[in-house]
Design a binder for this molecule. Structure first.
Ligand code: FAD
Length: 385
């Protein structure tokens, strides 16, 4: 499915990655570390292996030591990661977008120091936007960076921060001025050099990797660690969201695709009423609906990536992809559980985990409701936020 849009080269890259993932990664996340926290060093070892296939390294230009892949190819590789392990897809996503932000917006000294580690898979970044009282409305960020000579002094709390415990550095969105739109600034905080506290959050799923609270208390950071210019963080974050939302759409797609695969497998093995359950029309109808939704999610996702590759604005298309693919994942994973009957709610089968993961997808990177509001605004020119 979707192969018609791949070049031969892309197909070979995807196949090589898929073989590696099936042999080494699938058993690791779906058995050994299923719902169990993976220590940083084990995760770093995987990130190093994945760099060879173009994960994280793909989004960085060749001039900067990466592979310089386009977004569609990167997404094809990413879809394979998600279909194998949604947990693993989180550090891949966050490190990719941290690397992209560093390459496109950071001053040279920060690029030189922090980009090579991400490209090689040796280091982890966190992106800190959300706070206990700030979720959908980024404009309300309270974590404050106050100027003190040639330093920022940062105080505040971030929450839901992916990679938190793994992170070597945090790209922290801070309030540096009162103007809601021009008062936010990205500042790179080094965990060892400047210091911040991390506390992990236990969730319904995605517990093999880290999602954490981050506490910053009088953290002194050189003003030279500003990324993208003072007051530019909102504009730069919104531009970044256009791309990262397509990747969260691919998370929904990957989970949905795996749920469909598991459902097809089960339906062609389980017998009831004297035949395979795949031979019952209501099961066949459910599978047909799931497959159609998976393909629709894939088409929307790759369409948004193609628009980005063409250098055109993709805000509405990225929102449509994120909205549709993540909601489809919830529906499809639930249907996959239904097709498994009682077995579907046990830990013996993967669909139980996929259903929990799917529920999370419509929340990060702008909830389903935020995507609907973005699409509505694009259609009418009237903001309903
Ligand atoms: C697993 C996971 C990983 C994450 N990783 C990161 C990360 O790395 N970095 C980071 O900064 N954040 C991260 N987040 C946070 C994520 O971006 C937020 O959870 C998300 O933006 C929603 O914010 P909230 O949870 O505060 O919900 P709220 O904004 O409080 O929303 C609650 C509900 O109200 C709805 N709502 C809000 N405003 C409106 C409105 N105007 N109209 C209609 N409905 C509305 C929402 O859609 C939602 O249903 C992560 C979250 C999760 C779950």
């Amino acid at each position: 499915m979707g192969h018609v849009f791949r070049t031969e080269e892309q197909g070979m890259a995807v196949d090589a990655l898929r073989t590696f993932l099936a042999a080494e990664i699938d058993p690791l996340f779906n058995k050994e570390y299923r719902d169990r926290y993976m220590p940083r060093e084990v995760m770093a070892g995987l990130m190093r292996r994945l760099a060879e296939f173009g994960l994280v390294s793909g989004v960085v230009s060749e001039a900067r030591g990466g592979l310089g892949l386009d977004w569609q190819t990167t997404l094809m590789l990413y879809e394979e990661i998600v279909a194998t392990s949604a947990d693993l897809s989180v550090p891949v996503l966050i490190n990719s977008f941290g690397a992209h932000l560093l390459e496109t917006l950071a001053p040279e000294h920060l690029r030189e120091r922090y980009l090579p580690g991400l490209v090689a898979g040796d280091s982890f970044v966190s992106m800190g936007i959300s706070e206990p009282d700030v979720g959908s409305n980024v404009l309300e960020i309270r974590t404050r960076a106050r100027r003190d000579g040639d330093h920022w002094v940062i105080n505040g709390e971030k929450t839901w921060i992916s990679n938190g415990s793994y992170s070597d550095f945090l790209i922290c969105t801070c309030r540096t001025g009162e103007d809601p739109r021009r008062g936010l600034t990205h500042i790179l905080v080094d965990r060892r050099e400047h210091g911040y506290e991390v506390r992990d959050i236990h969730k319904i799923a995605f517990n093999s990797q880290s999602t954490a609270q981050i506490f910053l208390s009088d953290v002194r950071v050189p003003v030279a660690n500003t990324i993208g210019g003072e007051g530019e963080a909102l504009k730069n974050t919104l531009a970044l969201f256009e791309r990262s939302r397509v990747f969260v759409a691919a998370q929904g797609l990957g989970i949905a695709r795996r749920a469909l695969d598991e459902a097809v497998l089960y339906a062609t093995q389980r017998r009831q009423h004297g035949k395979l359950i795949a031979g019952h029309q209501l099961i066949a109808a459910m599978l047909a609906e799931m497959a159609t939704q998976v393909d629709a999610a894939r088409l929307l996702t790759y369409r948004a990536a193609a628009i980005i590759d063409a250098g055109l604005p993709a805000e509405m298309e990225a929102a449509m992809a994120k909205y549709f693919a993540c909601e489809a994942a919830v529906t499809i994973a639930r249907q996959a559980v239904q097709i498994h009957g009682g077995n579907g709610v046990t830990r013996e089968f993967l669909v139980e985990k996929l259903a929990r993961e799917a529920i999370v997808c419509p929340i990060p990177e702008g909830t389903t409701q935020m995507q609907q509001l973005i699409i509505g605004r694009a259609l009418t020119g009237v903001a309903a936020f």
